[in-house]
Design a protein around this ligand. Structure first.
Ligand SMILES: [Cu+2]
Length: 264
């Protein structure tokens, strides 16, 4: 009865697909998204376990951070809670925070609350995670300590307004010959605990190969998208050492900085 068997399989498949009531076009998988990530740390408070994951070990620059909230009374993942993070660096006499992003819209995606931190210095950092666990009506805070590796992805510069600015390079993360996505974030230090995003800067980007005295055509100046992220295109016409000069203005000229990028 091969036809009946095929029909049964088809019916089973249709039932399985109609069971996915959300509007996602991705096939549903049971894969745990944290399997490919690093556990930065976890701690429990108020019947709640907070686990902090990242795609890789933290380094100076823009770090995506994923928080999982588990109700420890029944060991279930809490998707309708809320999370607020605060990065803090303790430097003896003084402490300071860094630019960060809390979960957009507040909700968990695949059981994880997506956050981000722009670590602006290498060394030991604290990450305070404030949570509200809707499942058991508990709220609290945990704190993790971890080391942040150095990198050259963050440039600080004093602006024409005498404030300290932080420009972080996000893309290209893996530069290649040809047209690359280009992305930076721009923040300033309002005080030691607040590093707001600059959302209205005009950015002029000029790539060049200083050793050879040439630039490249077809670059696209980065423009603001959301939360201080600016995206454009950079064209590396050959491999070697490139410099990307950035000229930021807000009406008047604000600051200049540059990133050195080796294109393999
Ligand atoms: Cu510091």
């Amino acid at each position: 009865m091969p036809h009946l068997r095929i029909f049964t399989l088809l019916l089973a498949a249709m039932l399985a697909f109609s069971g996915c009531s959300d509007n996602s076009t991705e096939p549903q998988t049971t894969d745990d998204p944290t399997e490919s990530m690093v556990l930065i740390g976890e701690d429990s408070a108020q019947n709640t376990r907070i686990s902090v994951y990242a795609p890789e070990q933290p380094a100076v620059g823009y770090n995506r951070i994923y928080v999982r909230m588990t109700n420890t009374t029944n060991n279930t993942v809490v998707n309708n809670g809320s999370i607020a993070i605060t990065p803090m660096m303790n430097m003896g006499q003084m402490q300071h925070s860094a630019p960060f992003e809390d979960p957009a819209g507040g909700a968990a995606v695949d059981g994880l609350y997506p956050c981000a931190v722009n670590f602006i210095m290498a060394g030991m950092w604290e990450l305070h995670v404030n949570f509200q666990n809707q499942a058991n009506n508990d709220a609290g805070e945990i704190m993790l300590n971890f080391d942040v590796a150095p990198s050259s992805m963050v440039k600080s510069a004093t602006g024409a307004d005498a404030r300290l600015y932080f420009v972080t390079l996000l893309q290209p993360a893996v530069p290649t010959v040809g047209l690359n996505d280009f992305e930076i974030t721009v923040h300033y230090r309002e005080n030691m605990n607040a590093f707001p995003a600059i959302t209205d800067a005009a950015v002029e980007m000029t790539p060049s190969m200083p050793s050879m005295g040439h630039g490249s055509p077809n670059n696209v100046n980065p423009v603001h998208g959301e939360m201080g992220h600016y995206r454009g295109k950079v064209n590396f016409t050959m491999s070697g050492d490139w410099r990307i000069d950035l000229n930021l203005s807000r009406g008047d000229s604000l600051l200049t900085t540059s990133f050195d990028i080796n294109v393999p």
